[in-house]
Design a protein around this ligand. Structure first.
Ligand code: FE2
Length: 354
């Protein structure tokens, strides 16, 4: 098993640095971090009773194709289950933060959560108690609180540095959830770390072969909803058919399993065939939107510390070198950035991902 290593520091929402960049996430390091939370206990609060979550989620699920997916019994099942799920305040703050600052991540997190609950019930056939247990605290993109909003909301081509910081959300989420849940083996922390891994080992951050069915459900729902959503870098969303074709292509390449794709295809059909009997068409008839710069990375590696504005330099320094980090000589900072990029390349994390 590879030991994950942070590239950037990990901060809480109130900007407390939990771990500096370059930290190897060994059990000893994580135990030491979790020990700082000793004696702190958080109350468990109803997920759907928090703020406007229930109202907002209902609204999101009324939009196509979720209005079809969550029609009738499906909506009732998902809502009943979610109503029983409790979250602790630091995790609920994630939703408050993104509702205020980044509507896409807010909506996406809620919808992926609802869709995962529904698929877990239908595909895994586990008990309700099990689903409630594993989903409590699961916020797959929690680590995005460590990504500057400027990068999350960027509409232009991203730089290599942007992509490193973006992809770092998987490990940042693992650290943050381990810290708040006081256990690095909690399912939620595991999901945060592995939801961009793939069955064939082509994902990130570690290039592990994704084996857990529940994590894969969340991973596929993540991709599906990302395709269906207008994004800063791709204003036109995929239509449902084309999004399902993208997932079919991923299953054909062995990146994901067929079962989740069968589930999503079944939910999208009016006759609702039993999931295991769904024949997924491999015929390509959809048209992906063309107005996208996703996966397009500026060829020139531009070091924001040398070439960015004063604000960009501050963000980079705080996010990637620690709040006290000072890099005065531009040549040195370029070298540091290049070394960071080499490390990421070496870790196999440099690929354009959905
Ligand atoms: Fe993610």
């Amino acid at each position: 098993m590879k030991t994950p290593k942070l590239i950037c520091p990990v901060h809480t929402l109130d900007f407390k640095q939990l771990l500096p960049g370059n930290t190897e996430l060994t059990p000893e390091v994580l135990d030491k971090l979790i020990a700082t939370q000793k004696g702190i206990s958080y109350p468990t609060l109803s997920f759907l009773e928090h703020g406007t979550l229930f109202k907002d989620l209902r609204g999101f699920l009324k939009m196509p194709p979720y209005d079809t997916i969550f029609q009738g019994i499906n909506r009732a099942v998902a809502m009943t289950l979610m109503n029983k799920i409790g979250f602790t305040p630091p995790l609920l703050e994630f939703f408050d933060y993104f509702k205020k600052n980044d509507g896409y991540t807010y909506r996406h997190s809620l919808v992926v959560f609802a869709l995962s609950v529904l698929l877990a019930q239908d595909l895994l056939g586990e008990t309700e108690d099990w689903i409630i247990d594993v989903m409590a605290g699961t916020i797959h993109d929690f680590g995005k609180v460590s990504v500057p909003l400027k990068i999350l909301k960027k509409t232009e081509t991203i730089t290599n540095v942007d992509r490193i910081i973006l992809e770092h959300h998987a490990l940042a989420g693992f650290v943050l959830l381990s810290y708040y849940l006081q256990d690095y083996e909690k399912f939620a922390a595991w999901v945060a770390k592995e939801h961009h891994e793939r069955r064939d080992g082509s994902g990130y951050p570690l290039g592990l072969k994704l084996e857990d069915n529940m994590v894969e459900i969340i991973a596929v729902c993540d991709v599906y909803d990302a395709l269906l959503s207008p994004r800063p870098h791709r204003p036109t969303p995929y239509d449902n058919r084309t999004a399902l074709e993208e997932l079919t292509g991923m299953a054909q390449k062995g990146k994901i399993g067929w079962e989740v794709v069968q589930g999503l295809v079944s939910y999208s059909r009016k006759d609702r065939p039993p999931i295991q009997e769904v024949n997924v068409s491999t015929e390509k008839r959809g048209t992906p939107p063309t107005d996208t710069v996703y996966g397009v990375v500026e060829k020139k590696i531009k070091c924001p510390n040398c070439h960015g504005t004063a604000k960009e330099k501050k963000i980079l320094r705080e996010r990637c070198f620690g709040s006290k980090g000072r890099i005065k000589r531009s040549g040195v900072s370029c070298v540091i950035t290049a070394v960071l990029l080499m490390m990421v390349n070496w870790a196999g994390a440099v690929c354009a991902r959905i």
